[in-house]
Design a binder for this molecule. Structure first.
Ligand code: 3PG
Length: 325
């Protein structure tokens, strides 16, 4: 009997690992495809405010159709839910548009190297603005993260200040998104998938007027004429669909894994994006630049090993964690 029980336990543990493996593989694959389509679209049609808006619009539409056709059950929300979602959506909008602006100016790999520094922003904001304190190992893990990002930035061949600042602003905005959603998600019954759907819709409402003000239909129409020789509308649609899908899978996978595992998964995701985009776009990389990126990624990995999930429960999220988004 005990042998049977032990065998059963081993079997279910193995099944769980396979399931997590499938989630991770799907999440990374969707993210890699999104990043490639996104950059191809931005190369031909450099209007990041519009493409960011379209990504959110596409996701919102997909979810509205899913709810209407009952493929997914619509969430029950009240005014309080949308009110607490508002600051999360503001931060999500800023983080999303800033990352897209960054990718329109620099190589995808460079944006993701800088974005691998997000844990450093979490710890710094928590310590400096909120007075939190962390074990010394957490602070020590910031040294390779910050040092590696700095080395990668100063040795980047196609450095561009807007591209760099976009990735930095995205990091900062996503830290605040985590902090705000910590309050927002607690105790509400909306699933990860529907929470992300509502976040997309509210972000779309927030972003649309700004996209019109910063770029606007005239610019979009003129640019589209030129872009048509390189890309068609199906490219923009694919970019938007993959944006929604990778985010949705990452939210769904979080139901199955701990925030710590999620954080490690997100770092590994950036490695796949960096490597694949360097190969596909033939991005020139100097050895010293690659060393900087590797140090930053290693630092993020060390950080995920030393940041205690208990801290996560008791204070605020210090990892790149979507539970708190
Ligand atoms: C975006 O457009 O929102 C960014 O590409 C998000 O990047 P991340 O999900 O890898 O943090």
């Amino acid at each position: 009997q005990p042998i049977e029980a032990a065998a059963q336990e081993v079997k279910s543990e193995a099944a769980k690992r396979v399931k997590i493996g499938i989630y991770f593989a799907t999440w990374w694959a969707l993210n890699v495809v999104f990043n490639i389509y996104n950059k191809k679209v931005l190369n031909a049609y450099p209007y990041p405010w519009l493409t960011s808006t379209l990504s959110l619009a596409c996701g919102s539409l997909m979810m509205l159709i899913s709810w209407a056709t009952r493929i997914a059950e619509a969430p029950k929300t009240d005014f309080e839910f949308w009110k607490t979602l508002f600051p999360v959506a503001v931060a999500h909008t800023i983080g999303h548009v800033a990352a897209t602006v960054s990718m329109s100016k620099v190589a995808v790999s460079f944006t993701h190297i800088i974005k691998s520094g997000e844990p450093a922003f979490s710890v710094l904001v928590s310590s400096l603005l909120l007075g939190e304190s962390f074990p010394p190992a957490v602070y020590l893990s910031l040294v390779p993260i910050i040092g590696g990002c700095a080395l990668a930035a100063v040795t980047e061949l196609n450095f561009n200040m807007t591209g760099f600042m976009g990735a930095m602003i995205s990091n900062l905005a996503f830290v605040f998104r985590n902090i705000f959603s910590k309050k927002g998600m607690k105790g509400n019954s909306v699933s990860g998938m529907n929470y992300y759907a509502c976040l997309s819709m509210l972000s779309l409402v927030i972003l649309t007027p700004f996209a019109i003000a910063v770029e606007g239909p005239q610019m979009w129409a003129a640019g589209w004429e030129k872009a048509l020789s390189q890309i068609g509308p199906q490219w923009v649609a694919a970019q938007s669909i993959f944006y929604h899908l990778y985010n949705q899978v990452s939210y769904m996978s979080l139901d199955q894994i701990s925030p710590l595992t999620f954080s490690i998964g997100n770092t590994m995701k950036r490695i796949s994006v960096i490597v694949s985009s360097i190969i596909i776009f033939r991005t020139p990389v100097q050895p010293i630049n690659a060393v900087g990126a590797a140090i930053a990624i290693l630092g993020t990995f060390l950080y995920s090993q030393v940041s205690d999930p208990v801290i996560h429960e008791q204070t605020l999220c210090i990892s790149d964690c979507q539970t708190c988004r």
